[in-house]
Design a protein around this ligand. Structure first.
Ligand SMILES: NC(=O)c1ccc[n+]([C@@H]2O[C@H](COP(=O)([O-])OP(=O)(O)OC[C@H]3O[C@@H](n4cnc5c(N)ncnc54)[C@H](O)[C@@H]3O)[C@@H](O)[C@H]2O)c1
Length: 247
């Protein structure tokens, strides 16, 4: 899978799954744009540069259309094109439905769902002119099977599947593919904060018997980003150690 000459934007890539995706696409030859909300995430772009590869950090909140449009304009000014968009930025604000506040609902929908729409719309403008593009949305198996205490998160992740299928159809004739990945339980800061009891419960539902790593997700993203995956669009792929098949 050779991505030489391509430019890839990975949202929320200062750490965790996004960082692993950035490093994997960089290894495949792509110029990498790291986006995140914190200045500290510039370190990820610096690491890629230190390895002799091209990388740029653009700070921005994916739920702000102003930030997103500025981010994409900066990328075009720096690299001249945008070929691959990985919508990875995501947050959790867990609570049972009866107790969930409007604020927690809105925060998760804004970042996890509206953010995907805003970044997709901004990137498509350039992908359409190029008549080539790859959009890979990081959903979750929670969006398919549901998860108690995550009504906001599951709604957003299910919504991402709807965005994926719709934009795939809209863009199919332009060599722009749109696919989603649904990770299961992946070891990152997001899952680190769960209690040992919850982690133990999850582990009993993973047929392969262990938690996934950010690298496991990154390998699937690299495939969807490649020319080799040109005939695959509107799909979702579960990277979950078999979890969804037994839940
Ligand atoms: N870890 C898992 O088990 C798991 C499972 C399924 C899906 N996912 C999804 O994978 C993605 C990455 O998750 P992770 O585990 O690496 O999480 P993480 O919390 O480790 O990293 C998320 C990153 O997104 C950034 N971010 C948050 N809000 C942002 C915003 N508004 N704009 C830009 N960046 C923002 C954070 O600063 C952080 O660097 C998320 O979409 C998450 O929902 C994770």
């Amino acid at each position: 899978m050779d991505l030489t000459g391509k430019t890839a934007l990975i949202t929320g890539s200062g750490r965790g799954i996004g960082k692993a995706i950035a490093q994997r696409l960089s290894d495949a030859g792509a110029k990498i744009v790291i986006n995140d909300v914190s200045d500290a995430s510039a370190a990820t772009a610096a690491e890629i540069k230190a390895a002799g590869k091209q990388s740029l950090f653009v700070k921005g909140n994916v739920s702000s259309s102003e930030d997103v449009n500025r981010m994409v304009e900066t990328i075009i000014a720096s690299f001249g094109r945008l070929d691959i968009l990985v919508n990875n930025a995501g947050i959790t604000r867990d609570q049972l439905t009866l107790r969930m506040t409007d604020e927690d609902w809105n925060a998760v929908i804004d970042v996890n769902l509206k953010g995907v729409f805003l970044c997709t719309r901004a990137a498509l403008k350039y992908m359409m002119k190029q008549r080539w593009g790859r959009i890979i949305n990081i959903s979750s198996i929670s969006g398919i099977i549901g998860n108690p205490g995550q009504v906001n998160y599951c709604a957003a992740k299910a919504g991402i599947i709807g965005i994926t299928r719709t934009v795939a159809k809209e863009m199919a004739s332009r060599q722009i593919t749109v696919n989603a990945i649904c990770p299961g339980f992946i070891q990152t800061d997001m899952t680190q904060k769960l209690s040992d009891k919850v982690k133990e419960e999850y582990s009993q539902h993973i047929p392969v018997g262990y938690f996934g790593t950010p690298q496991d997700v990154a390998e699937a993203v690299a495939f969807f980003a490649s020319e080799e995956a040109r005939y695959i669009t509107g799909q979702f792929l579960c990277v979950d150690g078999g979890m969804i098949s037994v839940w």
